[in-house]
Design a protein around this ligand. Sequence first.
Ligand code: AMP
Length: 113
Amino acid sequence: MDDACIFCRIASGAIPATLLYADEQVVAFPDVNPQAPTHVLVIPRRHLPRLSALPGSDPLWNRLLAAVQAVAESLPLAGGFRLVVNQGGDGGQTVEHLHLHVLGGRQMTWPPG
Ligand code: AMP
């Protein structure tokens, strides 16, 4: 827990949020500035500043992806969705706590901006 981290504070309940999914390791909540009709952030409770801070072999990845699937099944995303992780400045990361964006409810375009 990093008290200065807004996502840690959401995960701990210090900042109220509508939790769309929660278990002992992962929570999901709506993005405050949605880029699609459905825009959900899936985050680990553990403070990890970015994707590269979590080794690929860490079982937490399974938990995060399972949460993505649970969120997707609970929302009107039968037509599909996009899963995005922004890493670092060039990747467009603005919040220094690992988060997976689940975007859907409209046709996504490619290439992304
Ligand atoms: P990124 O640019 O990949 O780091 O994404 C950070 C995301 O967090 C952005 O889409 C923001 O709109 C979102 N965000 C920032 N603060 C909050 C908050 N308090 N609650 C929900 N989403 C937030």
